[in-house]
Write a protein that binds this ligand. Sequence first.
Ligand code: ATP
Ligand code: MG
Length: 556
Amino acid sequence: MEATANNVEEKKLNFIEEIIEKDLAEGKYKSIVTRFPPEPNGYLHIGHAKSICLNFGLAQKYGGVTNLRFDDTNPVKEDTEYVDSIKEDIHWLGFDWDKERYASDYFEQLYQWAEQMIKEGLAYVDDQTQEEIRQNRGTVQTPGTDSPWRNRSVEENLTLFRQMREGKFADGEKVLRAKIDMAHPNMMFRDPIMYRILHTSHHRTGDKWCIYPMYDYTHGQCDSIENITHSICTLEFDVHRPLYDWFIKTLRIFPSHQYEFARLNLTYTVMSKRKLLELVQKGLVSGWDDPRMPTICGIRRRGYTPESIRMFADKIGVAKREQLIDLQLLEWCVRQDLNERSNRYMVVSDDPIKLTITNWESGKVEWFDAPLNPAAPEGPSRKIPFTGELLIDRADFMEDAPKKFFRLKPGGEVRLKYTYIVKCEEVIKDGNGKVVELKCTIDPETHPKSGSWRSVKGTIHWVSAAHAKPVELRLYDKLFTEAQMGSIPEDKDYKDYLNPESLVVSEGFAEPALLEDESGIAVQFERVGYFAKDPDSTPEKAVFNKTTALKDSFKF
Ligand code: ATP
Ligand code: MG
């Protein structure tokens, strides 16, 4: 067999891989260490999944390791509920971390380094209010103004800082600032705040601390303590990088380096944790794991597989420019994966038409064998009962059908999937003219195992009326009506764009084998789409979430 262009093509390295390969080639590091640093203040979303796939994927590719480090320096918004969900989601995506760490593990070390900086004249306690600090920072065009407390002695700073730790002051009364340069062209360097006072219990350290380090004073040092070689974060942190480097250099500790990539934005959704939290708190969705949410637990409940998310992360790649990715790409990925792996079942939609087989012996049940996955016709199969009373989708019948309509029409023939060809002999309507029943005959010669196979243009799915299991169908659509939620007008609220039809609850009638499915992943309702069983299912009623339709309009 000839090699196709596709399987000989070497994938181009992304810019971070190029950096890593250079670092390894030059012997800068023996092996690489990356980290994923979520703040436990919400559930992870598909944007985080990109970061997870990137950080863990790079370590796997180059034989390194990845730490999971919770960036828990803001006790007001953080909670162990979030810690647990984050760990569950990373495992579900198929990754495992080397060390599980918390920024709070390093509070004592960070504190000691702050004292060291005070002793070296590089930090001071400032009594200005938050407002004064903000005003005295100056602007990009104008330099800032030195704080009146900027020249306190080392001894006084040390005493005050220790008293801050001991809880002698109220929230906001004092801060510790790095003493750099109030006229620095990079505003980040105008004496950044290192510590603030916050008399709030922390989900891990309890009431041990009432001063908490700021992000810029924390992140780089935590990376450094863990010997992180490549600290990868999103683009908005590029303005923080010089400060990240400055603290590491000033403290003379392991030189971790930060690299920035573009965050993922997806059409028809929002990705900010604040907004997602608001949707949950206002009851606009059923919870963090509402299948319409872009959260990992939401898309999991929707029926997306970890494989499809990893495929998605791989396809979008790593860019240095902001990217808005078409939601259809994500759907394309899950279809690719489920098309190969999912079991097939027949489910007829709400408001079906009854099909009566007039030449079928009353009460007779014939069981057909059908493959669970047509890609593996010899593989496992399911048993489907065929009887004289069947249900079909209303959409599969048309009375005045155009020529190209190959489903059922008066006098026409169609194959009932896996079984016989039927002919529609008579159409029965109710008083309102609505079709309620089709009287049909089967051609027994067309049994799949009879030698004389003949074919017709159309094949439709069906279920036996007596065996059909009613199931609840939750049909989902986009959560928002606007593709570019990042560019809605200023005077509008993102909630104004919620799609009122993002959830339609309907009913379906399933072949009995569906309820015995043990695959653990979404299944295909033949000719319709992919559906995942929802945890709301009860023994009386199974509930299925529509993952995505079968049809694919996405083009690369
Ligand atoms: P918030 O929404 O509150 O700003 P965040 O998205 O920054 O929070 P973190 O918990 O701080 O959430 O993120 C953890 C990691 O995931 C960070 O390294 C961050 O850069 C990355 N990340 C967050 N959102 C995205 C995104 N949309 N695309 C890619 N990476 C992301
Ligand atoms: Mg953040």
